[in-house]
Design a protein around this ligand. Structure first.
Ligand SMILES: Nc1nc2c(ncn2[C@@H]2O[C@H](COP(=O)(O)OP(=O)(O)OP(=O)(O)O)[C@@H](O)[C@H]2O)c(=O)[nH]1
Ligand SMILES: [Mg+2]
Length: 229
């Protein structure tokens, strides 16, 4: 039992070391990195598509797509003419920092990363494991769609506790569902009282602007942190 525990702790420790190393690269390049996480199908890729369209005119961005086996999400995003690195995790249900380091090497072979402002990482669809494995991101973004049930923040607290930003997605579906948006928000607040929460729909575009504003704010914050004091 102790050995299993030790192995788990060592694994997380090694991952954290690599994640810190990745973040040093991001900071040296002047790139802000956001890690998007959610259960399968909550709308990560759909939101990234809308986000890329909205920001590509003013920011230089790239995407790392984490998927267990396919390139389907990567192909969806490549249609927008931005650099997209696909990482297949195989049997792993999350991206880890070493996988992202491999993705960064691929990115460097494509372009000079110092040309980028923003790197968006789509993690593997899973409401549990991705939250435990930092990849070097500056902020964690968790998505919860209105179809998943009000109780999910309470049942899967790690993701909601770790998140720096919480997106309640697919709000266009609220009128046809018996779902209580206020209850979802209250349950999120119980786990993470101060996290910013944005309600949005990638389908209709409702609520996208505050999310885009939050991204711009993260880029400014990261730039500020990098400035010599
Ligand atoms: N009604 C509605 N459907 C949406 C919205 N966003 C995504 N969807 C649908 O939800 C399904 C899953 O969306 P994806 O963007 O592929 O979700 P994902 O989180 O990237 O999925 P995985 O990568 O497999 O975890 C698709 O059928 C989308 O069309 C939304 O805002 N409103
Ligand atoms: Mg996806």
């Amino acid at each position: 039992m102790h050995q299993v525990l030790d192995l788990g702790i060592n694994l997380l420790h090694a991952n954290q070391h690599q994640a810190d190393h990745n973040r040093e690269h991001f900071d040296a390049w002047g790139v802000t990195c956001l890690n998007l996480m959610s259960a399968p199908g909550a709308g990560k890729t759909s939101l990234l598509e809308k986000t890329v369209v909205a920001l590509a005119g003013s920011l230089r961005l790239a995407v790392i797509e984490g998927d267990m086996t396919t390139q389907l999400d990567a192909e969806r995003l490549r249609r927008y003419g931005i650099p997209v690195i696909a990482i297949n995790t195989g049997r792993a249900c999350h991206l880890d920092a070493a996988m992202v380091a491999g993705g960064l090497q691929q990115l460097e072979a494509l372009l000079d990363p110092q040309q980028l402002d923003l790197l968006l990482v789509e993690n593997v669809g899973n409401l549990v494991c991705p939250a435990e494995f930092e990849v070097g991101e500056h902020a964690k973004v968790a998505l919860l769609s209105v179809t998943e049930g009000e109780d999910k923040p309470l049942k899967y607290p790690v993701m909601f506790r770790e998140a720096d930003c919480l997106l309640i997605t697919k709000v266009d579906l609220v009128p046809v569902l018996e779902v209580d948006l206020d209850r979802i928000q209250a349950n999120i607040r119980e786990i993470n009282p101060s996290v910013p929460i944005f309600c949005l729909s990638a389908k209709t575009g409702d609520g996208l602007e505050p999310w885009l504003g939050w991204i711009r704010e993260q880029i400014l914050l990261a730039q500020h942190r990098r400035q010599p004091q």
